[in-house]
Design a protein around this ligand. Structure first.
Ligand code: LLP
Length: 420
């Protein structure tokens, strides 16, 4: 069942009208569908059936603990990139033994807590980090399982700001330098280099870049084994795209069939780190129209949701479908509309030059596919409180993060007594 759809003329999240959530929780608000989260995770579980593989949810896409818990109870691990994410994953009940720590600039303090927590694996991204982690592990009296994140130099064919696997990107160790990095790692007594890792970008809808990258990694595994390294894990990363507009996402089963074909006899346990694909289409952002300004060139619809709540449109020129919560009746003429927020920046828009049915103050609008990199990238710019997150399950819902209060927001500042 499509979780976000018009039923009886009203946009619902599963069986709950969004207008009810708007009334009871206020706007703006993020609304997630538990059924869709589960369905998305199950698609991965079904597709890896029979493979020696596991899924680590890339929680940067949506790190609400209710969301992490939903996947955790289904068996997911977590892919984390900071101490904060580690704390959240553990708080949400994901055991340390199912947490992988990625990230291009981990600090010694973060590595220390990761080593102490006994995480499953740390994906190391530089030679300096190898030395740093070895020192941290030695001080803790532990030997740590690591993979080296390798940059396979492929073009994932996605937006420049979310492509990560090319030589000019800051991520990982260049594939040509990888053998030397493994040789160095092998000399460090408190590291156990057991795997290779890659992540070539995000919102990828083509199979070929993955295939190319996997082939290069496969060759690397051969080289490393020939040099005496016992490599038996391959972290394939995340990046599978969704349909925001007219993109055709890769079917998970087809993707896994390719992975199986390319890694069949490699003898590595595989790990996948999907973020967006698990949560993106499972969430919407709802907002209310504040004012409509008919203009000469186009009409501006100012809503109470803004770039601080959802930054993707302005940061990546990203398209999000926007629909009125009340289904338009009959054949209404569409108007070329900019849907904008109240923030004092021209970059504060959710959509530009969009054909929309006429909207009026008080109408509710629904920004689709906002479950990934929505709430997690929000800020309080313009002193706008972080918006609530709501989880719907059938005909019930729970506020899984209340709206930040002004007391919480203002109370975080400290004014020194000497500022008289
Ligand atoms: N693993 C690693 C090491 C990553 O860096 C990422 C995402 C993922 C997994 C998950 O990628 P996904 O499956 O979600 O594509 N804020 C951007 C996306 C940034 C992705 C960063 N890394 C956006 O809103 O499009």
């Amino acid at each position: 069942m499509e979780p976000f759809a018009y039923r009886g003329g009203e946009m619902h999240a599963e069986s709950v009208p969004l207008s009810r959530i708007a009334r009871e929780v206020g706007t703006p608000a993020y609304v997630y569908s538990l059924a869709r989260l589960r369905e998305n995770y199950r698609a991965f579980v079904d597709a890896i059936d029979g493979m020696d593989a596991e899924v680590h949810y890339a929680m940067k896409a949506n790190s609400n603990q209710a969301v992490i818990r939903a996947f955790g109870v289904m068996g997911a691990g977590a892919d984390i990139v900071s101490e904060g994410e580690m704390r959240r994953a553990l708080a949400a009940g994901v055991p340390a033994s199912r947490i992988v720590f990625s990230g291009v600039g981990k600090k010694p303090s973060e590595l220390r807590v990761a080593v102490e927590a006994g995480l499953q694996q740390i994906n190391v991204e530089s030679r300096a980090e190898l030395d740093m982690l070895d020192a941290v592990a030695r001080a803790a009296g532990k030997v740590v399982d690591i993979a080296i994140r390798v940059n396979p130099d492929v073009d994932a064919g996605t937006h420049a700001k979310i492509t990560t696997g090319r030589k000019e990107n800051k991520f990982g160790i260049d594939i040509d330098l990888a053998p030397e990095a493994y040789a160095h790692a092998a000399t460090l007594p408190n590291l156990r280099p057991i795997g290779v890792a890659m992540h070539i970008g995000s919102q990828i809808v083509n199979l070929e870049p993955y295939r190319q990258a996997i082939r290069r990694m496969r060759e690397l595994v051969g080289t490393l084994r020939a040099a005496g390294h016992a490599i038996d894990r391959f972290d394939v990363g995340g990046g599978l795209g969704i349909s925001y507009r007219d993109e055709v996402p890769l079917p998970i089963a087809g993707f896994m069939a390719m992975v199986r074909e390319e890694t069949g006899n490699l003898g590595c346990r595989l790990s996948f780190e999907p973020g967006r694909r698990l949560v993106g289409d499972a969430g919407v952002l709802i907002g209310e129209v504040v004012v409509v300004k008919p203009g000469v060139a186009r009409t501006f619809v100012v809503v109470d949701a803004a770039m601080n709540d959802l930054i993707r449109p302005t940061l990546y020129e990203a398209w999000h479908d926007i629909l009125p919560a009340r289904e338009p009746v009959g054949n209404v003429a569409k108007i070329v509309t900019d849907i904008v927020g109240p923030i004092c920046e021209s970059g504060d828009f959710l959509a530009q030059k969009r054909d929309m049915p006429p909207l009026a103050a008080g109408d509710l609008v629904v920004v689709k596919s906002a479950g990934a990199y929505g709430a997690t990238m929000a800020s309080t710019y313009n002193t706008r409180p972080l918006v609530p997150e709501v989880l719907v399950d059938g005909d019930r819902y729970a506020v899984v993060r209340p709206r930040q209060t002004y007391d919480e927001l203002l109370g975080a500042d400290r004014v020194p007594a000497w500022l008289e």
